[in-house]
Design a protein around this ligand. Structure first.
Ligand SMILES: [Zn+2]
Length: 879
């Protein structure tokens, strides 16, 4: 056990390795508790380093070294040293040499699910970020690119399927034994984090894709036996992703086969290993009676994301882990664009912004705040964050907005042309944007290095006599961890001016003439823009499409917001106006609730929503979003200090019930009209109709009680409608809730993904007197601390999506989370650390709650032998 304090790693300390590895030959004999790995490495001094060290240090942990030879000569004890993190070989040759390393590891004992592990009888690997060093000693960093040949051997009865990256070049029995082998060759040099190996008894579903240049690629999805009929949608999404990347980015697939393996024990969503993606099976398996519309859309997005990594991440990888956003931000941007093309663009954009606001904004405003490209880390696994992914995608989107879509596509082509086969940096990427557009992005680079959510204040003023509309924009980024003084950012602010009839006014800037694109570039702390020839007082529509990820305040009146809600041509901003208006009213209600006063209602909001419900030109999915008032977590974030979650819950429930009462007749009519008996289709339009119907059901139940939801639960012919009913019933403290949850469990207890849904439903129950019941589920047969999906479903959902219980005034919610983190930390540090980040908002709470939360975080921190992962998160959370 290590007792020393972990030291941070800094971006400024980056230097290339003294040695490079060109070729790797792995020979892996799979045995449950003692897998033997023989690795032959072709190594040479790095020509870019003028004076390489005479010794070579390789990363490695949690294995046993059983053999070591250099250029065929076994090394003596005195020629090398091994500790619990590395292997150092003294006096290596000054020219190219070959190193042979033999090690053993124990996949059965590996509960951290990093490196090589065995789950449900199948061998599986996860190497990003630093798991390969648990398979063999290696230069385990992304800027060492090598060609891998992998031979795998196992008993045929244990693992009839043997997979690795690249193309299969040989396979067959090992004569005289019960074992067999397979040899895989990956022609593309890659960093070790993209290595993958799978061995197991799996079924497969096959298809073929013909690339734009006419090459045939085999597509194969491996799943548990009996789940073959749940792969159709994933396969379809894969083929659409491949076509889309050819059409939109000109990128073709490059191997003969593309494989996906679905596993049930996985730390992440999915992993883009070259040619052999490994997925959390919840993002592969779908059938109308087992998966919801949200599951289908997640599957589509994640299949696309991992596939798109083949170019943005694999062919061009990251120089070091500080550049993680280079592959993740860019690839999230690409999968968001793909889903926007497959589905409704405005609905997709609103969903992405909701996610950004609910996850990334609190992260950026709290103790875990860090720049899109962090400059230091203790444990890189803690930086797979909403900031790197989601804000990282926003930064790419802003560059596209600034330079325009044509220059952006040229820049992407240039990036692929210049850096294919390389380990690149954020600077390399941004330079392509500059070279393709001829514009400087020097100031824009601050988005990568400066943390915190910028705040924009916008004030409009109409000068009738001069027919001038004046827009003054000020920007400020609040200080955050280690960054006190923030520089002004380069911000693209998309806008429109709307006249009283709802018509768009031309945008003519004083001194510039008509704007080519409706984007203002904010570069200073304060700037004023003068729009000329404005005939009458306009209403400005600000930050259209959420062109920049900022918190925006303005001098728009309630009337302006209600006007934008019904008249803005930009659908995103219609929704945004609704959120702003409803949020304002809700905050007043929260104040009422905390003073025990009668809660306010708002007729104008009800009228505006009524008009929205009556507008048949609007997509149902969009109307559903309009009806979703800001969440309890959103409101807590807006309040920011001295938060009382119970007052928020009361205020929001009350306003929803009020709206349901006013809109009741229209809601009933709509609910019936949206009911159909057609066979289920996951298409966006059908999903939108179901989303609206389930939103309407939620509102209706606030007046009418559980009857309609119970009926929907019993009659549902697909999982979306069934879960829609359960989500509603789950929040009503009535026998119907218990009956439905029991019935659901009994019907689905054999299906682990549906059991996870059941755990999450239980975890969301907003009844503070029932926390003990939620906690007791950790002893239920359906729960296991060793399965990340179960931990996330129960404890993750509880601490993120059940604010009234998690923040119970007696501290029992905090205690539940802390106990789980402590129990999990030694089994799976990555998941424990992620779970503990749910404490990040503790300072925002009223003094009683924040003291209780702080005590629990301190209790975690004081545990002896706490993992580096969790220690980093809780230490930062307390700072
Ligand atoms: Zn990714």
């Amino acid at each position: 056990m290590k007792t020393d304090t972990p030291r941070p790693i800094h971006l400024k300390d980056y230097r290339p390795t003294d040695y490079l590895i060109d070729e790797v030959h792995l020979d892996v004999k799979l045995v449950p508790q003692q897998t033997r790995v023989k690795s032959v490495l072709a190594i040479r001094p790095n020509p870019a380093v003028s004076d390489p060290a005479s010794s070579l240090t390789l990363d490695g942990e949690q294995m046993e070294l059983t053999g070591l030879a250099l250029d065929g000569q076994p090394l003596a004890r005195g020629d090398y040293t091994v500790d619990d993190k590395s292997l150092t070989i003294d006096n290596v040759p000054s020219g190219p040499f070959t190193l042979e390393i033999e090690t053993t590891c124990d996949p059965d004992a590996n509960t951290s699910l990093s490196g090589l592990y065995r789950s449900s009888g199948n061998y599986c690997t996860q190497c990003e970020a630093e798991g390969f060093r648990r398979i063999t000693y290696y230069l385990d960093r992304p800027d060492v690119l090598a060609r891998f040949t992998t031979r795998i051997e196992a008993r045929r009865s244990d693992a009839p399927v043997l997979l690795s990256n690249g193309n299969l070049v040989a396979s067959g029995p090992v004569e005289g034994t019960e074992r067999h082998f397979a040899i895989w060759e990956d022609p593309f040099p890659k960093p070790s984090y993209l290595f993958a190996l799978v061995g197991g008894d799996l079924a497969d579903v096959d298809d073929v894709f013909t690339t734009a240049s006419g090459r045939e690629v085999t597509l194969r999805i491996y799943v548990e036996h009996g789940k073959e009929d749940r792969c159709d949608y994933a396969m379809d999404a894969l083929k659409r992703s491949m076509r889309w990347d050819e059409e939109v980015f000109g990128r073709e697939y490059d191997l003969d086969i593309f494989m996906i393996v679905a596993v049930s024990d996985f730390n992440m969503g999915a992993m883009e290993n070259k040619g052999l993606n490994i997925f959390n099976d919840k993002y592969i398996l779908a059938r109308p009676d087992t998966a919801t519309d949200a599951d289908y859309s997640n599957i589509e997005g994640i299949i696309a994301h991992e596939y798109f990594h083949n170019w943005t991440g694999n062919r061009i990888t990251c120089r070091d882990w500080f550049q993680l956003c280079l592959k993740e931000g860019l690839t999230v941007f690409r999968d968001q664009e793909f889903s926007s093309d497959m589905r409704s663009r405005p609905v997709k954009r609103i969903g992405d912004v909701k996610l950004l606001r609910s996850h990334q904004f609190p992260e950026d405003g709290g103790p875990l705040s860090h720049p899109v490209r962090p400059n230091a880390y203790i444990e890189i696994n803690n930086f797979y964050t909403a900031t790197v992914y989601e804000k990282g995608a926003e930064v790419v989107r802003m560059m596209q907005t600034l330079i325009g879509p044509e220059a952006f596509r040229k820049a992407m082509d240039l990036y692929f042309e210049r850096h294919d086969g390389e380990a690149a940096t954020v600077e390399d990427f941004v330079t392509c944007m500059e070279d393709a557009s001829g514009r400087s992005l020097d100031q824009f680079m601050l988005w990568y290095t400066q943390a915190g959510t910028p705040e924009l204040a916008v004030a409009g003023k109409f000068r009738r006599s001069e027919r001038v509309f004046e827009l003054t924009v000020t920007q400020m980024t609040p200080p955050s961890g280690g960054q006190r003084k923030k520089q002004p950012l380069h911000i693209p602010l998309e806008i429109g001016l709307i006249d009283a009839d709802g018509e768009a006014l031309p945008l003519k800037l004083d001194g510039h003439g008509a704007l080519e694109r409706p984007v203002l570039e904010i570069t200073e702390e304060e700037q004023t823009f003068h729009f000329t020839d404005v005939p009458d007082k306009p209403v400005p529509s600000l930050n259209r499409g959420f062109s920049c990820p900022v918190k925006l305040t303005s001098n728009l009146s309630d009337d302006d917001l209600l006007f934008l809600m019904s008249r803005d041509q930009d659908p995103f901003n219609r929704w945004e106006a609704c959120q702003t208006y409803a949020g304002k009213k809700l905050l007043q209600c929260v104040e009422d609730a905390s003073k025990n006063q009668t809660l306010r209602t708002d007729e104008q909001l009800a009228e505006a929503l009524d008009a929205c419900l009556a507008d048949t030109a609007l997509e149902p999915a969009f109307v559903a979003l309009m009806l979703n008032l800001p969440s309890e977590n959103d409101l807590a974030a807006r309040i920011g200090t001295n938060v009382d979650p119970w007052a928020i819950h009361t205020a929001r429930s009350n306003l929803m019930a009020y709206l349901a009462g006013v809109l009741h007749d229209r809601l009933i009519g709509l609910y019936d009209r949206l009911t159909d008996n057609d066979p289920y289709s996951p298409a966006a339009a059908d999903a939108g109709r179901r989303a609206l119907r389930n939103t309407v059901l939620d509102l209706l139940s606030r007046i009418d009680g559980p009857d309609v939801a119970s009926r929907q639960f019993k009659n549902a012919s697909n999982m979306t409608d069934q879960m829609g009913a359960l989500n509603v019933l789950g929040t009503i403290d009535a026998p119907e809730r218990t009956d439905a949850l029991n019935a659901f469990y009994d019907a689905n207890k054999a299906d682990h993904l549906l059991v996870d849904k059941w755990l999450a439903l239980n975890a969301m129950a907003p009844f503070p007197d029932k926390i003990a019941e939620i906690r007791a589920l950790t002893d239920h047969a359906a729960f296991s601390l060793k399965t990340p999906n179960k931990v996330r479903a129960l404890v993750g959902t509880f601490s993120i999506a059940n604010p009234v219980c998690f923040n119970h005034e007696d501290g029992s919610g905090y205690r539940f989370l802390a106990d789980t983190v402590l129990a999990l930390d030694s089994l799976n540090p990555q998941v424990a650390a992620r779970l503990s980040s749910a404490f990040k908002n503790w300072r925002m709470m009223e003094p009683g709650r924040s003291a209780l939360a702080k005590a629990e975080i301190e209790r975690i921190k004081s545990r002896k032998g706490l993992s580096r992962d969790t220690l980093e998160i809780v230490t930062k959370t307390l700072q």
